[in-house]
Design a protein around this ligand. Sequence first.
Ligand code: SAM
Ligand code: DTB
Ligand code: SF4
Length: 331
Amino acid sequence: MNVCAGVDRNGGCELVQVDGEWQRAAAEALYHLPFAELMFRAQSVHRNNFDPNHVETASLLSVKTGGCPEDCGYCAQSAHYETGVKATRLMDCADVVAAAQRAKEAGATRFCMAAAWRSPKDRDLDRVCEMVIAVKDLGMETCVTLGMLTPKQATLLSEAGLDFYNHNVDTSPDFYRRIITTRTLQDRIDTLEHVREAGIKICCGGIIGMGERVEDRLDMLVLLANLREPPESVPINLWNEVKGVPVIDTAAAPDPIALVRLVATARIMMPHSVIRLSAGRHDMTDELHALCFLAGANSIFIGDVLLTTKNQKVDRDAKLLTKLGITSALA
Ligand code: SAM
Ligand code: DTB
Ligand code: SF4
């Protein structure tokens, strides 16, 4: 069945999903609408599905940093590149819980624990399950990102009460092969399937600003929107500069309006997903943040650091949200 997903500026039906699937042409037609039209549609979709005056606040902790065997060309934690990031062991559960408690007091409702692994060893997974149980006991939502999972590992995380698993597709199928060679996009999709099967909600998005074309960004949205069910959370990361990785040679910061257009297009294509402005916010102006929220972004990471790179300062976020009259657990 072909579905008209919108009306063009002359009143004709131009935006179609074919057999319920998003096509690049439909995503492009949305993305290139006159700005006011695109924003109006994104805001209408946003208001139908979310409180437009509320933003979710999540906090990140790197529970195991660096020394990763994968060769993701954007990442400070890959052992393939000299980035100056020191490899650490998996943190103790008590230290993780203390960090989660501080994040809760600082205004985060979700705590995301990240490990620089290709995939977790079973004994490490047991320790992460303990962390999930303990952080949930604080009354926070939990998210972990540990690399590829087997179905059994996904089930164990589900049994521990994990709310979200973050595993990004990162970019378009076409651009993917230029930035990662040690695991395929299909490997990632398989892990997302195992997570879904285990009943855990999915957090899945990607990075822009690595030298990809606008078409690649749209293909990434098409890939996400056409997953068996779209991810409940969609992080959009602006590439945070890391010296020593291959992406530094191709990177180009996206035009600000292109970012807003991408957020608005994601909002329309995935009406029920929370869209998180993730890495790269420290370089964004208040005005750009405001436009992204108007376009439908409704989640941010708070805290002065992400994993190995900096984030916008918490007091600047608090002031910004207050200025915009946006409610959150922060302001
Ligand atoms: N090792 C696990 C994996 O890759 O699935 C989890 C951690 S990994 C750091 C999580 C995500 O962070 C990546 O998929 C990527 O989207 C994002 N990321 C990593 N480095 C980044 C950077 N320099 N700028 C923006 N996002 C980045
Ligand atoms: C996601 O999409 N972004 C977060 C989270 N998922 C794990 C990570 C951003 C990392 C930015 C680079 C760094 O700090 O090392
Ligand atoms: Fe390892 Fe994840 Fe970084 Fe890739 S993105 S190098 S898998 S930590």
